[in-house]
Write a protein that binds this ligand. Structure first.
Ligand SMILES: Nc1ncnc2c1ncn2[C@@H]1O[C@H](COP(=O)(O)OP(=O)(O)OP(=O)(O)O)[C@@H](O)[C@H]1O
Ligand SMILES: [Mg+2]
Length: 310
């Protein structure tokens, strides 16, 4: 549904995105992750035909974003990061207007606008001027205008930013329900959002693609970190831990009472675990606690992004 090939974008001298390639299958929800300035919005702007790439190509629903932009634009809904809205229109009028200019047949305009207002929780403000509604409601109107013509492809630049927790949940459910029928790319800084919504995630940093995978694969290193609490002489424990094969590294963690805490990172867990067991038996120490540590998407993200920078 979406093909991006060797995409590069320069702003003058500055290379904002650098040779990025990926594809998105029909019905997939793809997450875009990356720190501020990574290039997420720039990629989205190319996909929505806002400007052409410097090099490479982007194809959406079979149409080239640069050569055939009208056909692309007909098939996408776009929520920009900063939503431009017609301030002096009422919410309901604006959504009917957007539905109409996006080619919704006249007799369906009212129904489509009403449905999207309902889906996005806009009932209470439908008669208000856009200039008078609060920030979170503006965001909802932005999402509503992207959805109103039921587009094949949705490009959502930080869709849940500025919403209250209840609305975040509702909008996430809305996006989740789009999967299958619609193809969605969304950018976010909220890492749990990616795990909840996205089948796959792309991490970009400084314009470069640093990882593409399913969120669960990115976090599947989890079993390789372990929290230990051991009753025994701290210095001796540390010396022993350092000598166990299968343990890559460890750091001391919060001690509690008699027991010292450690976070152990394995490079070979099958060898490392028995090593710990026999160390404890040999020294007559007491193992108070041993549990795997979840590697969060946060950790993975920081690791990938800082590795790039190193
Ligand atoms: N019109 C422009 N002219 C010059 N530089 C630009 C322009 N638009 C973006 N940039 C630069 O390109 C880089 C990528 O910006 P972009 O907005 O794509 O990042 P982003 O990943 O969306 O960041 P954020 O998470 O802050 O939204 C940034 O360094 C930005 O300053
Ligand atoms: Mg952005």
């Amino acid at each position: 549904m979406i093909e991006v090939e060797n995409l590069t974008k320069d702003y003058g001298e500055f290379r904002a995105i650098d040779n990025i390639s990926f594809t998105v299958e029909k019905g997939e929800i793809l997450g875009f992750l990356g720190p501020n300035g990574a290039g997420k919005t720039t990629v989205m702007r190319i996909l929505t035909c806002f400007f052409p790439p410097t090099e490479g190509k982007a194809v959406v629903a079979g149409f080239n974003c640069f050569e055939d932009s009208l056909n692309v634009r007909k098939r996408i809904g776009y929520l920009p990061q900063r939503v431009p809205l017609y301030e002096d229109m009422k919410v309901s009028d604006y959504l009917r207007f957007v539905a109409a200019i996006k080619g919704t047949p006249a007799k369906e305009v009212n129904r489509k606008a009403a449905k999207v207002m309902d889906d996005c929780g806009l009932g209470d403000v439908s008669g208000k001027l856009i200039s008078t509604i609060s920030g979170g409601y503006r965001q909802r109107v932005g999402i509503a205008q992207a959805l109103v013509n039921d587009p094949e492809v949705l490009i959502l630049d930080e869709p849940t930013v500025g919403l209250d927790p209840k609305q975040i949940k509702e909008i996430r459910n809305l996006i989740k329900d789009l999967a299958g029928k619609h193809t969605v790319i969304l950018s976010t800084h909220i890492l749990p959002e990616v795990s909840i919504l996205c089948g796959r995630v792309i991490i970009i940093n400084k314009g470069k693609l640093v990882a593409v995978d399913r969120p669960e694969n990115l976090t599947s290193e989890s079993s390789r970190r372990m929290f230990l609490r051991i009753n025994g002489n701290a210095q001796m424990i540390e010396r022993e831990l350092a000598g166990i094969s299968g343990i890559k590294e460890f750091e001391t963690a919060q001690a509690s009472g008699e027991a010292n805490g450690y976070i152990v990172v394995f490079d070979d867990e099958k060898r490392g675990r028995p090593g710990i067991q026999s160390m404890i038996e040999k020294n007559n120490w007491e193992l108070m606690e041993m549990r795997p540590l979840e590697t969060s998407l946060e950790d993975i993200f920081i690791k990938l992004v800082t590795k790039e920078e190193a």
